[in-house]
Design a protein around this ligand. Structure first.
Ligand code: UDP
Length: 366
């Protein structure tokens, strides 16, 4: 059953422009797939491109089951293949783009920096060229708090000078600079750049969550796989950070809040020309041991761990000052760390081996 479209005819938005068809790059990934649900739930037409580098097309059957609607079309392609990407823009009248597609492992980027620059920066410039050729100028960009680097304790606002400490973060910062420069020279562009802190959790249905193809790099899916018995113990990277318990502090934000911010951003693509950057976080830091404690409480058993040396490229603390987005849009996240652990655990229990083995969707395919 189709759900009602709502929320993007914002009173007082000052413009009649509102997107109806949104192209989601990386729509099969963790955040991208949740974004598809959020967009379908709010009546948008959704077109996806993804190369499945760290994701699977199985996810769309679940997206559509939750939303009760079909994704308009799904294309398997690498953004750097501009001919294939251009054909997608030829076929669909795209109003706005949400750009999630990127490689995102810090350790992977330290091992393979050129691949990270090529995929993340090259993918973004290819997308921008193709958008330009098709007269599409509105973009919500997925950036990362990791660009702040080793900024020290305390809340980081958007004016904190970026000092990336690894090629992944540097690639995101390069993309931001390119986007800002495009907006500086071309007034027809609007780019809303969301610097997320640490998205975690899962859709509350338990159907959609984080399903890394390899050994998880990120903390929450690793903890969940230990809790379900798929891995023996968590390795905590560094117990000698200058933090109260010695483990690194991050600002975890629920993936549902993260994608809600993207959907709300669409309402502001018409009334905020130029490039605008917003932190997307809770403004609350949790150490690795805090996450282990809350997850252990959620799943009812102690998650075993061992302390190991720091991971190259990691920093002690990254916590958002999230006030700018609330001031600008009146939006703030509503879910906390227990909600994230509860939903991540539900997904892990219902899908101990992730999406492997789920049926491919029978719906439309581009
Ligand atoms: N971490 C850890 N063990 C793991 C994965 C992550 O101790 O198996 C730590 C990591 O060193 C960092 C925090 O958990 O301090 C969050 O890491 P994640 O990779 O999830 O996000 P990042 O902040 O690096 O983007």
């Amino acid at each position: 059953m189709e759900k009602e479209r709502r929320a993007h005819a914002r009173p007082g938005a000052g413009s009649s422009w509102a997107p109806s068809t949104v192209l989601v790059t990386g729509g099969a990934g963790f955040i991208g797939s949740h974004a598809c649900v959020e967009l379908l739930d709010h009546g948008y037409e959704v077109i996806v491109v993804d190369d499945y580098a760290n994701s699977t097309p199985h996810v769309f059957a679940r997206v559509e089951r939750i939303a009760g609607r079909f994704v308009g079309a799904v294309y398997e392609l690498d953004l750097r293949d501009r001919r294939a990407l251009s054909a997608v823009f030829d076929r669909h009248s795209v109003d706005a783009v949400m750009h999630f597609a990127a490689l995102k492992s810090v350790s992977g980027s330290v091992a393979r920096p050129v691949e990270y620059y090529d995929t993340n920066v090259g993918g973004t410039t290819a997308l921008l060229r193709t958008m330009h050729e098709h007269g599409v100028h509105r973009l919500v960009f997925s950036s990362s708090c990791s660009i702040y680097g080793d900024a020290g304790p305390g809340l980081l606002d958007e004016a904190t000078p970026p000092r990336p400490t690894n090629p992944y973060a540097a690639s995101k910062w390069l993309c931001e600079q390119i986007l800002a420069d495009v907006c500086r020279h071309r007034p027809e562009y609007t780019v809303l750049c969301l610097r997320y802190f640490n998205p975690a959790g899962a859709h509350p249905s338990g159907l959609l969550g984080e399903d890394p193809q390899d050994v998880p790099d990120n903390l929450m899916p690793y903890v969940a796989q230990v809790a379900v018995g798929r891995r023996e113990r968590l390795r905590i990277f560094g117990a000698d950070y200058p933090t109260p318990d010695g483990t690194a502090i991050r600002d975890y934000i629920h993936v549902m809040d993260t994608v809600e911010a993207h959907r709300v951003a669409l309402d502001h693509l018409a009334d905020e020309p130029g490039m605008h950057v917003y932190n997307i976080g809770l403004g609350q830091g949790s150490s690795v041991l805090d996450v282990v404690a809350v997850f252990s409480e959620t799943c009812g058993r102690a998650v075993p761990y061992q302390m190991v040396p720091r991971r190259p490229g990691d920093v002690a603390s990254l916590v958002a000052d999230p006030s700018a987005v609330t001031r600008a849009w009146g939006w703030r996240p509503t879910r906390d760390l227990s909600d994230m652990c509860r939903d991540a655990w539900r997904f892990q229990q219902l899908n101990p081996h992730g999406y492997a083995g789920s049926a491919r969707r029978p719906g439309p395919k581009g």
